[in-house]
Design a protein around this ligand. Structure first.
Ligand code: FES
Length: 90
């Protein structure tokens, strides 16, 4: 594991421990933390999230929020690729 990965992991753990969760999918009882965990594990679109944990697969009302979480993760990955840091990661 490289230093940047360790720093990102520490920042992630700080975020996970600090910020409360929000219920994203009422039908499946999945919160944002659980959805982000699925995205970090490799889900690249809402359908991937739904296949993995079921969120978004019943009424579909949460799919826009899941999409936002997926896109936020992709923006963070792109910023990481460019060597940019988020203020929240400090
Ligand atoms: S709220 Fe997520 S499928 Fe209904």
């Amino acid at each position: 594991m490289e230093a940047a990965d360790i720093e990102n992991d520490i920042a992630f753990q700080f975020h996970e421990a600090t910020f409360s969760t929000v219920l994203v999918c009422h039908c499946k009882g999945m919160n944002d933390r659980a959805v982000r965990r699925v995205v970090r594990a490799g889900a690249r679109c809402v359908s991937d999230v739904t296949r993995t944990c079921g969120a978004g697969g019943v009424c579909g009302g949460c799919r826009p929020v899941i999409q936002d979480i997926v896109e936020a993760h992709q923006v963070k990955d792109e910023a990481d690729d460019l060597g940019l840091e988020f203020a929240a990661a400090r």
